[in-house]
Structure formats: C-alpha cells, structure tokens
Design a protein around this ligand. Structure first.
Ligand code: DOR
Ligand code: ZN
Length: 342
C-alpha cells in the first residue's frame, strides 16, 4: 500500500499547556486531528466549568485561520470538586473529568488522595453522562515503578468499576499486557487510549547509547512483551481501543536535566507515527477504526466528515521547534519516518 485515506482522526488525549506555547503546539494538532481531548493538568489545574470555557477560548485563538479544530474540554478531579460543578460542566460542554492519583505525574499534586472522597462527584458524572479519564498508576513508593499500572487495576480500577457500573471510564495511555487484557474483558462502559510511542518502543529506547530523556514519559515504557500486547490490542479491530497521543510538550532543557520531566512530544507527526506502528504490524486496514471511529463512538459524538491522506514517503522530523524562549524537541527529532501526511 502506497497511500491511505482515512476519515479525519481525533486525538482522545492531549496536553497543550497554556499561554504563548499554545501558538506552537495547537497548530500541529489542528493540522492532523478534527478534535482533541484537552488535559486539565495546568498550574493551577482546570477545576471549574468557567475555567474550562476560558481555556477553550485561548486554545481556539491559537488555531490557524481556515482550519477546523474543536478542543473537547475536561476538568481535573480533586478530593473536593463539588458534585454540583458537574451540572455546570455539562452545560458548558465539558465532556470528561480526569483522575490523577495525587503525585502520579506532571502537575498532579492536586490529584485524588482517596477515591472515596470523590464518590458524590462520580455519581453526578454517571448521572450526567460525563466520562472519567483515568491515569491508571498507583503512587506508593513501595510499588516498583514498572508494576504501578498492574497494581492500579486490582486495587483501584476493579472496585471503582463495580461501584459505578454505568460510568464511562477511559483507561488512559495503557502500557501493559495486564491493562490491555483487563479492557478487552471489561464491559462496553470501559475503553482505553494507546499512544504511538507505546506502540513503537519498549523500555530499551530510554537507555540505548546513553540515557535518552525524550523517550521518558509516564506511565514509563515497558518490556517488549507489553508493547506486543498493545500492538495486538490496537490492531485487533476492537472498538474499546482508540487513539490518544498523550503528546506532552516540555522545554527541551527541562527534559535534558538531572530530574527530567516526563512526556513525549508527538503532536507534530502523530499520524505518521501511528501509521508506522500499524504498518509494522501489517494492519494499516485497522488504522481508521482506531484513529477515527472507536473514540467518537465511545464518547457518543459524531464521527468526523473530512478525510486525511498518508503517503509512503521518507522524510525527516525537524530537530526542534521554538517554544517561547526555549526549544521543543519532538520524539524522533532528526529521524526518518516512512509515512507522511499529504
Ligand atoms: O509523560 C507524561 N506527561 N505523562 C503524564 O501523565 C503527564 C504528561 C505531562 O503533562 O507532561
Ligand atoms: Zn497525559
């Protein structure tokens, strides 16, 4: 296959930050995707409907003229987000709340310390049809970093699923065989996003030829057996799995640092990276469902109307982009990719 045309895809998990950097990163996403779920982990986090509307307006102001792109807004679940904010969120068009266990990742200090504290809010979400997006890792320092997702399933997700049977839950950026199997076996209220980098790389990528901070994200890349399970899930045709880049811009100097930030910047060449992963699995025919249909169907939103085309063509990813005074290095900077969006 030399060329593939897909219904315009959506990104169901994206970080764009705020302020001037929006003008660097939003055009990259808007060039590829019709819509994106915008993560609320700003400083301070987006916790009210009014804040979400203000943030949405700032994102829209960074969309290039003539480009159609819709940011889908989320709120950040905290221990004390009042249940009555959910009604206002629904009216403001907020589609989901994000659960970060406190301390799990970038800007998660305000996250949830005990799920029980959020039960009234979760009840309101279940009632209003607002989704819960889950960063599925326990945070206890006693649990090995590579086991935190699997432990989260048993300790948190399974009880949560039982207590809120009709709450739609997206297990975000899954990284393990255990998560893929859990979602595959769960009911229709449970889905999962998978990033391009977790389909393309295993944990060796972080250490090949020296420590490579641009391959460091959370949840961290896992062993090859897990990568293979994710590829299997993404290319299976199952409607439970859909595209979420988790593209997470950080200034290069804060990643190339003694305690480097977690996050891979993939927005600039997202569909090219996914095409490479699906092509390697000989499953390009499954890319449209994963990228353009399953997520919209799960969220209960209409599928997009337009199309995009990817052509088999070698090209080099740019070395970096200006990010205010700093630089932003994309994943695969200076490397050659085999697919290009026309
Ligand atoms: O690698 C990550 N970066 N994982 C997350 O969960 C958050 C994200 C970010 O905001 O930088
Ligand atoms: Zn994320």
């Amino acid at each position: 296959m030399q060329e593939i045309t897909l219904t315009q895809p959506d990104d169901w998990h994206l970080h764009v930050r705020d302020g001037d950097v929006l003008h660097t990163v939003v055009p990259h996403t808007a060039a590829q995707f019709g819509r994106a779920i915008i993560m609320p982990n700003l400083k301070p986090p987006v916790t009210t409907a009014a804040q979400a509307l203000g943030y949405k307006a700032r994102i829209l102001a960074a969309v290039p003229k003539g480009v159609n792109f819709e940011p889908l807004m989320t709120l950040y679940l905290t221990d004390n987000l009042p249940a009555d904010e959910i009604r206002r969120a629904k009216d403001a068009g907020v589609v989901a709340l994000k659960l970060y266990p406190a301390g799990a990742t970038t800007n998660s200090d305000a996250g949830v310390t005990d799920l029980r504290k959020t039960y009234q809010t979760l009840e309101a979400m279940q009632r209003e049809g607002i989704l819960l997006l889950v960063h599925g890792e326990v945070t206890s320092p006693d649990i090995d970093l590579f086991d935190r997702e699997a432990v989260f399933i048993d300790n948190q997700l399974i009880p949560l699923r039982k207590d809120f049977p009709e709450l739609k839950i997206v297990f975000e950026h899954i990284t393990t065989k255990e998560a893929a199997q859990y979602v595959q076996g769960a009911d229709a209220y449970t889905g999962a996003t998978i990033t391009a980098h977790h389909l393309l790389y295993n944990r060796n990528a972080i250490f090949t030829g020296g420590i490579r901070p641009h391959y460091y994200c959370l949840p961290v890349l896992k062993r090859e057996t897990h990568r293979l399970a994710l590829v299997q899930a993404a290319t299976s045709g199952s409607r439970k799995f859909f595209l979420g880049t988790d593209s997470a811009p950080h200034p290069a100097h804060l990643k190339e640092h003694a305690s480097g930030c977690a996050g891979c910047y993939t927005a600039f060449s997202a569909m090219e990276l996914y095409a490479q992963a699906f092509d390697a699995a000989d499953a390009l025919d499954k890319l449209e469902g994963f990228a353009s249909f399953h997520g919209a169907d799960f969220y209960g939103l209409p599928r997009n109307q337009g199309t995009i085309t990817l052509r088999r063509e070698a090209w080099a990813v740019p070395d970096s982009f200006a990010l205010g005074e700093a630089r932003l290095k994309p994943l695969c900077a200076d490397e050659t990719l085999q697919w290009r969006m026309t």
